[in-house]
Ligand binder design. Structure first.
Ligand SMILES: [Cu+2]
Length: 182
């Protein structure tokens, strides 16, 4: 255990260096004390958190299992969301490219593709109370209602919730994809 904790190449040490790097970028871009504090809270005083901080995704059940077309009806019942592809699949650290399909939802029935929507894809790690400073760029694709989001940045091992929000005019709806990132 001591050997692993002091091993500068251990996955968790890399994770925390990654966190520090993300926070450094965040501070350079927009100085926020809270971002720095989140970094310190997540990593502790050094780069060697306890073994229990490592999440074994094989034991986590309350998450999505990636399949092509993974569907989540929007919380407001306005739009339906499908994850048409993920690269890598299943989602992994750090950067992911997702293709999302957005359709109308009428009384629970999936309708026409939603074109011209503004999408926002926001990863968040509930256990640690942080997200990422890296913003996913959204590109509408030729297929009606399809949008590419990249990079969907989930840089840390553990459970992430990715909120996908679509807005057209005054219509907006969102769904949450929840993955354990190994
Ligand atoms: Cu975290």
């Amino acid at each position: 255990m001591l050997a692993r904790v002091s091993d500068p190449c251990s996955p968790i040490a890399r994770t925390c260096r990654n966190l520090r790097e993300v926070m450094r970028i965040s501070i350079v871009r927009s100085p926020t004390k809270s971002a720095l504090m989140i970094g310190l809270a997540a990593c502790g005083a050094d780069d060697a958190p306890a073994d229990s901080d490592i999440v074994d995704c094989a034991t986590v059940t309350d998450v999505d299992t990636y399949v092509v077309g993974l569907e989540h009806p929007g919380k407001a019942g306005v739009y339906d969301f499908k994850l048409m592809s993920a690269e890598p699949a299943p989602p992994a650290r750090p950067d992911n490219t997702w293709v999302l399909q957005v359709n109308q939802l009428n009384a629970g029935v999936v309708g026409a593709p939603v074109e011209g929507a503004t999408l926002k894809v926001t990863p968040f790690m509930p256990k640690h109370g942080h997200g990422t400073v890296i913003i996913a760029e959204i590109t509408p694709l030729a297929d009606p209602g399809q949008y590419r989001a990249s990079p969907v940045n989930m840089w840390m091992n553990g459970v992430w919730e990715v909120t996908v929000r679509a807005t057209v005019g005054d219509q907006t709806d969102s769904a949450v994809y929840k993955f354990c990132i190994p």
